[in-house]
Design a protein around this ligand. Sequence first.
Ligand code: ATP
Ligand code: MN
Length: 468
Amino acid sequence: METPSRTKIIHLLKRTDFGTTVLVKGWVRTRRGSKNISFIALNDGSTINNIQIVVNMNAFSEEELKPITTGACIAVTGTLSQSQGQGQDAEIQAQKIHIYGQADSLAYPLQKKGHTMEFLREKAHLRPRTNTFGAIFRIRHHMAIAIHTFFHERGFFYVHTPIITGSDCEGAGQLFQVTTLNLYNLPKNESNEIDYANDFFGKQTGLTVSGQLEGELAALGLGAIYTFGPTFRAENSNTPRHLAEFWMIEPEVAFNEIEENMQLAEDFIKYCIQWALDHCMDDITFLSERFDKELIDRLRFVLKQNFIRLSYSQGINILETAVNNGHIFEYPIFWGADLAAEHERYLVEEHFQCPVILTDYPKEIKSFYMKQNDDGKTVRAMDVLFPKIGEIIGGSQREDDYDKLTTRANEMNVPSKDIWWYLETRRFGTAPHSGFGLGFERLLLFVTGMANIRDVIPFPRTPNNAEF
Ligand code: ATP
Ligand code: MN
C-alpha cells in the first residue's frame, strides 16, 4: 500500500470522499474504549476540533495501544469514513499506527480538562497543546493578519522601527537598559558617573517603549505608515492588563487631524473584530462556552455601536456626578487626575454602555509631543476605552509647531539633544499629523474574552517572570 501524504485535520473533517486512505499526524487528546474497539481523539493544532480514530481491536493488540495515552504523538494511516456518532464529521478507521513520542501518563502534566489558568502558565511550554491555548494562539495569528490586511488595503506602509533606542521620551523609569558593560566593573568618569562612552553604542541605550517617534519620521515622507512590533516597559504594575514585553501597532498619518485619527481607530478596531467573527468562529465559540458566555454578543455589540466621543472634561463631570450620587471609586477623581481603569470602565460599562473615545486631556498627564489646544491647558490626546479592558488605544494629534514642541519638551525635561532628529521634522516641511498605539494583547483580551493578559501571549514577561 502506498502511503498517502499527510493531511491536516481541519481539511480531513470537511472531506466526504469516504473510503480513501489518509495519513494524519497529531497529539492524542484522549483514548477510551472497550475490549473490541478503541477511540482516539487526535488533534494537530490546525483546528479546535479533534478527529476520531477508530481502532478495531481485532487488528491491534493491547500492547500496541498501551503507549497511546493523552499527550502522545502519533501518525495514523487509515480509511476515511463517515462517523456513526454525533454530527457527520469524518473519522478514520486505523490501519497502521506509528508512535513518534510517548507521554508517560504518570509524568505528563496535562491529564485532565479544567486545569486552572495559573497552573497552565507554569506549563507554558506545553499549554499550546490545550484546547484553550490552541484557540487563543490561532486567534492571535488571525488578528495579526487582519491588522496587516487592514493597513495594506488602505495604502499604509509597514515600517520597522528600532528595538534598541537611545531615547526614553515616553516615560521615566520604564526603560530596560541594554548594555555590554561589565556590570561587576563599571567604567566611571571623574564625577563618578558611569562612562557610557565605552558601552557598545557609545551612549546609554535601552529597549524601546514605543516606535512612535521613528514612525512619525516615516509618516512625514511616506504619508501613512504603521508599525507592528514588540515594545518593552519596565513598569512594575502587576495587573491583568500589563506586560513588560508586549506588541504594539502604531499607525501614523500625515495630514490627519484628531477627528480623522478617531475615525481610523474606530474603523480599525471594528475591522479586526469583524475579521475575528469571520475567520475564528470555531475558536471563539469554544472560548465563549468555556469562559465567557457573553463574548460573542459583546463582539457583535461593539460592531454595531458608534463609539461615543467626548472630552476628558466632560468625562470628569460624569465621574464627579457619580461620586456625588454615592458611587465609590478606589482612587480620587478630579479635573487633572489621570483616569484609573475603574474610572474608564465606569464610563464605558455603566454610564454609556458603549466604547468611548476620550479627548483633550490635561497636558500635565500626557506626553510632550501631543498638540496643544488653544486653551493652554489641554492637548489633543485621544484614548479609546473598551468594556472589560479600559484603555485599548492611546493616541493624539502631534504637535507640529517647532517652537511649541521644543518648549514643551524642555518643560517636561525631555533632553532635546537625544531627540534633535525628531525636532528637526518640525523645522523642515512640518505637517499636521496624527497617530495612535493599539496594544495587541489588549485587543486579544477583548476578542478572546480572557481575563488576564498573561494568557493571550505565548510566553508572558512580567515582574519576576521570564521563564521559558
Ligand atoms: P495604561 O494607562 O493602560 O498603562 P498607557 O497610557 O501607558 O496605558 P500608551 O503609552 O498610550 O499606554 O500605549 C498605547 C497602548 O499600548 C495602550 O492603549 C495599551 O493598549 C497598550 N499598553 C500600554 N502599556 C501596556 C503594557 N504594559 N502591557 C500591554 N499593553 C500595554
Ligand atoms: Mn502605562
